[in-house]
Design a binder for this molecule. Sequence first.
Ligand code: AMP
Length: 396
Amino acid sequence: MGFRTLDDVDVKSRRVLLRVDLNVPIIDGKVTDTTRIKRVASTIEELSWKGAKVILLAHFGRPKGKVSVEHSLKKIIGTMKRVLGCSVYFARDCIGDEAQGAVAAMKDGDVLLFENTRFYAGEEQNDLEFARALAVNGDIYVNDAFSAAHRAHASTEGLARLLPAYVGRLMQAELEALKKGLGDPVRPVVAIIGGAKVSTKIEVLNNLIGKVDALVIGGGMANTFLAADGLNVGKSLCEHDLADAARAIMAKARSEKCTIILPIDAIVAYHFRANVPHQHYGIDAIPADGMILDVGGQSIECINGAIDGAATVVWNGPLGAFELYPFDQGTVQVAKRAAERTREGRLVSIAGGGDTVAALNCAGLAEDFTYLSTAGGAFLEWMEGKPLPGVQILEK
Ligand code: AMP
């Protein structure tokens, strides 16, 4: 399925409603990470340079349909100006007289940020009247917020029904990368799924089994599979009630000829803290009072062997409790191998999700992956194989 991009439209002197993700972290009133603003900068710059009137639409946090100072986008204006290197005007409302007045005052190339769309309940309800009130300020709608595309909200889906709609450059890059990952990948494809719990990723695992050649399961969620296989996992994080679900996933993998790779050894500690004493054990010898906090060296070798044999890797979730040194080592060593293979041009590597991004950033490897998606929920729903309403509506 194709998408209309900014190559398909003349934006000169047109009012462009550009949906972006500006959910940047703020501590003590200061933006602590500008990644999201930087990532959307190229679309804003391109539109401005081409003479569009660029009107930014975004939500911020969860104000639940009410105006709240805490959730105002006004506090990021200074950072936006600094990162974009241009003036950014602000309208204290996203609809009504205030918004229309601010748009009427715009010159070609100007950039204007509207106040939080979620100050109106109609945003999350995808209310047609609210979407119409947004649409009066634009001639064209461009969506550059893949991370919000799993939600059918007025600014992510409703507007595309009312105005000629296009994908922005960031969304375009994301969709192209995801296509390389699971849509139309070069085989063999290896998926690496880690993280805390099986319960949050059952649909991801089920979807991947039908699509990938091998599935590496690591992190706390691997313990549920090991226990379901009759192994003792001691005091490790484990969802014993999901043993049947884990066995069903393994049976499905066997029937679909998808190889499942589980840890064969582990790093075990007795407290869930950084820098605590820890030992290496084979997976069939975990002490009854121990906790598996990372995959062991033999497992790392095995996973890296799978990466060496892969043409495409799709990754979500850390392989251990990566926030606690030294239990980040499994994640870091595997990430290093994927990064190395990618740099050598032998691997397409797509990773995504909050913790995965954090782990790759900590390891200094974020830039080495083919694509790193900062979208949390949308990336997971894509991995689950669900259609994303904000993407679907943009398909030609
Ligand atoms: P998720 O949000 O499901 O991707 O899970 C990420 C979290 O899983 C991180 O906070 C990790 O610390 C945690 N995690 C990964 N492996 C383990 C493990 N073996 N035991 C406990 N927590 C883990």
